[in-house]
Design a protein around this ligand. Structure first.
Ligand code: 5GP
Length: 112
């Protein structure tokens, strides 16, 4: 068993509220939501963070953004923010690449 909690969700070793899944990715509700809607989109491929990707991940990275669009279309989420925290100083706590979809409230800019 891996100690990567997101791999455990991918492998259905621990439960998650899964909203979308395909061969490449899976999306589920964040366990500690920071907005009324807070969804995580993750690749099934083990990737620690955005900065460890390379050109071979081009299709995968595009796929993840299109999954964001698929989910926001499906749930009729019009205004939303997509966040990738890269590295602990940027707020990354789980070292498996993930996109946050946040919606349902206003967001400040610049972010905190
Ligand atoms: P990060 O801070 O790494 O960008 O985001 C990690 C996110 O994963 C956090 O928003 C956190 O609430 C969420 N998270 C951590 N553990 C779990 C879990 O076991 N299940 C779910 N659904 N979300 C988790």
């Amino acid at each position: 068993m891996s100690d990567n909690i997101f791999l455990k969700i991918i492998n259905k070793e621990i439960p998650a509220d899964i909203l979308y899944e395909d061969k490449i990715s899976i999306a589920f509700n964040d366990v500690n939501p920071q907005a009324p809607t807070h969804i995580l989109v993750i690749p099934k491929k083990e990737i620690k963070k955005l900065s460890t990707t390379d050109l071979s991940d081009q299709d995968l990275l595009g796929h993840l953004l299109l999954v964001v669009k698929k989910i926001t279309d499906k749930y009729q989420i019009k205004d939303y923010r997509v966040v990738i925290n890269n590295g602990s100083k940027a707020g990354q706590t789980i070292f498996h690449l993930h996109l946050h979809i946040l919606a349902g409230r206003s967001f400040n800019w610049p972010p905190g």
